[in-house]
Each structure stands twice: as structure tokens, then as C-alpha cells.
Ligand binder design. Structure first.
Ligand code: HEC
Length: 138
């Protein structure tokens, strides 16, 4: 389960994201990028990071501010995940539902695509939610 202490968890999330980025981006040996476990990153966490990079940053941006290259084509534009009022207004279940069934299913923009292939991947979905939560401004 996702830990309940959100602030602590968000900090951990950011640190882990930063470590992952370092491990994968600065031309170190492939050894270090493959060995996420070395940093205590569970496999589902890594998978979620990769899923976020490949499925979400186009619109939501690498920092969740809704400023990815595809965002301009969206109307309304994706909101910033850093907005505390928005963070407080949605439950983890709603975020999961948005990801699985798309924006149209939760009364938001139908331009937010559904990801039906993630159905049943509970752990991966929980980590995706944690990534979205991790963008909250502190
Ligand atoms: C084609 C662009 C696009 C892609 C790709 C995309 N989104 Fe979205 N997303 C949107 C738009 C547009 C909205 C609706 C605007 C808003 O209210 O934020 C949205 C809304 C959301 C919301 C807010 C829903 C709410 O309750 O307010 C979440 C959470 C979200 N997206 C997560 C994700 C995640 C996670 C991924 C990757 C699995 C993803 N999105 C991929 C465009 C996109």
C-alpha cells in the first residue's frame, strides 16, 4: 500500500526520481541504470517511472506542470499537478480511474487518453498515483 505520510513520501519520491534520472541520464555504465534495486527502487516503481515518461510527459511535462510538448494542442490544457487545491480535491482512486478510463470517464477532457492495458496492474497504478502526488508543491 501507499504510505499515508504524504509529505515524507513525496520527498522520498522526488529523491528517487532524481536518482533514477541521474542513473539513466549521465552516461554511466548500463550497469547502474539497470540496477535500480541498488537504490531500493522496487520494480513496479521503475516501471511506473518509465510508464510516466512514455505515456504522460508528452502532455503533463516532466515536472507535472502541464507543459509537455503536446499540452498546447489540449483544450483545456492539462492542469499543473503542483496545485495544492487540485491535489486536495481528488482521491487516489479518482486519479487511477482517470488514467485507466481517460478524462472523459471522470467528466474531464476526453483528450486525456485511457490506458486500458494497465488494468489489473495495481502496483504500477499505485506508483503512478504516487508520481502524480509527488509533484505537489510544498
Ligand atoms: C494527450 C495528452 C495527455 C496525455 C498523454 C495524458 N494526459 Fe492526463 N490529462 C490531459 C488533459 C487534457 C487533462 C484534462 C485537463 C485537466 O483537467 O487537467 C488531463 C487530466 C489528467 C489528470 C487530472 C484528472 C482530474 O481529476 O482532474 C490526471 C491525474 C492525469 N491527467 C494523469 C495522467 C497520467 C498519469 C498520464 C499517463 C499515464 C496522462 N495523464 C496522460 C492530457 C493528457
Amino acid at each position: 500500500m501507499i504510505p499515508t505520510n504524504r509529505t515524507l513520501f513525496s520527498t522520498t519520491t522526488l529523491v528517487l526520481l532524481a536518482l533514477t534520472a541521474l542513473a539513466t541520464s549521465c552516461g554511466k555504465s548500463s550497469e547502474s541504470s539497470r540496477s535500480g534495486r541498488q537504490f531500493g527502487i522496487p520494480a513496479a516503481r521503475k516501471e511506473a517511472n518509465e510508464a510516466f515518461q512514455s505515456l504522460c510527459v508528452t502532455c503533463h511535462g516532466t515536472t507535472g506542470h502541464g507543459d509537455g510538448p503536446g499540452a498546447a494542442a489540449c483544450d483545456p490544457r492539462p492542469r499543473s499537478f503542483s496545485d495544492p487545491a487540485w491535489q486536495a480535491s481528488v482521491t487516489d482512486e479518482q486519479i487511477q480511474k482517470t488514467v485507466l478510463f481517460g478524462g472523459g470517464a471522470v467528466g474531464k477532457s476526453a483528450q486525456m487518453p485511457a490506458q486500458p492495458q494497465l488494468k489489473g496492474k495495481t502496483e504500477l497504478l499505485q506508483h503512478l498515483v504516487a508520481i502524480v502526488r509527488g509533484f505537489a508543491a510544498r
